[in-house]
Design a protein around this ligand. Structure first.
Ligand SMILES: C[S@@+](CC[C@H](N)C(=O)[O-])C[C@H]1O[C@@H](n2cnc3c(N)ncnc32)[C@H](O)[C@@H]1O
Length: 258
């Protein structure tokens, strides 16, 4: 009880001190007035989050979580976006590609959500399956500690997870492995390697293969430690007459124009 009062007092003090900074309509003001419906993974909102409990999403999300990327995995809204993208492009021509797979949580959600085998497409899954390739981490990225990201060896797990599905698992460092993705048309490209050099190389390699209205989803686009990627992708998109939609999840979205 005393602790609760203390916390309440500290919060009240903070509000009085910062009152001038709290603009009407600011996120903070809305959060104070509304019920928080989602507060994970760097995103807090009072917006409707009912998608979480729809049986179709809940089942796909559970399949993603069961790949066990890390304890207390809570990426519901990012996976909601991933599933929405897959659903949106599934009737276009072309295959699915992901560069940066780790345990395959996003891809596993997708194969469940859109019954991937029934699409007749192939899902290309490219990763070293053992973490970032140090030779591609730039000096700027090192300032943000990107070289300290750790990933376990997931190759055998991923082979097992995706054995029932129409996938091609490509092991090795991007960009060296890109040509092993033997497809000429892509409708879904997910880029999630946490460092700029292989990410831009993948985007450059696949851009012409992405069909009109196909989607490119950038997982790290809006995160502060990944500003190097954001700058490079903004330039990449502008050079091709596109603009990236910055999502509150941190993801960046490009829908390829005709
Ligand atoms: C954040 S994880 C990907 C998470 C994944 N999208 C998911 O659905 O859970 C980043 C992955 O990128 C991979 N990676 C980083 N640099 C790479 C490179 N140059 N070539 C291939 N894979 C790379 C790492 O091995 C790691 O598995």
């Amino acid at each position: 009880m005393i602790l609760k009062l203390k916390i309440f007092y500290v919060r009240l003090k903070w509000i009085f001190r910062n009152f001038g900074k709290i603009r009407y309509n600011s996120e903070l003001f809305n959060n104070l007035l509304g019920t928080t419906t989602y507060n994970w993974d760097g995103l807090a909102t009072s917006a409707n989050s009912d998608f979480i409990t729809t049986p179709r999403f809940a089942k796909a999300y559970q399949a993603a979580k069961d790949t066990n990327p890390w304890p207390n995995f809570s990426l519901q809204w990012r996976i909601h976006v991933v599933c929405w993208c897959a659903e949106t492009v599934k009737n276009l021509e072309g295959d699915f590609v992901e560069c940066g797979v780790n345990t395959g949580s996003y891809a596993r959600a997708i194969v469940d959500y859109i019954d991937f085998n029934s699409t007749g497409k192939t899902f290309y899954l490219l990763d070293t399956y053992k973490g970032l390739d140090p030779k591609y981490i730039t000096e700027e990225e090192k300032k943000f500690g990107i070289q300290n990201y750790n990933y376990r060896d997931t190759y055998e797990e991923v082979k097992k997870t995706f054995a029932p599905f129409r996938t091609k698992i490509i092991r090795g460092s991007v960009p060296e492995t890109l040509s092993q993705a033997d497809t000429n048309k892509i409708c879904y490209l997910s880029i999630d390697m946490n460092n700029v050099v292989p990410e831009i190389a993948a985007a450059e390699y696949f851009w012409d293969k992405v069909v009109p209205h196909g989607i490119i989803l950038l997982d790290d686009y809006g995160f502060q430690a990944h500003i190097t990627q954001k700058k490079a992708f903004d330039k990449f998109a502008a050079e091709r007459g596109h603009e990236i939609l910055s999502l509150p999840t941190g993801q960046g979205l490009i829908i390829k124009k005709k």
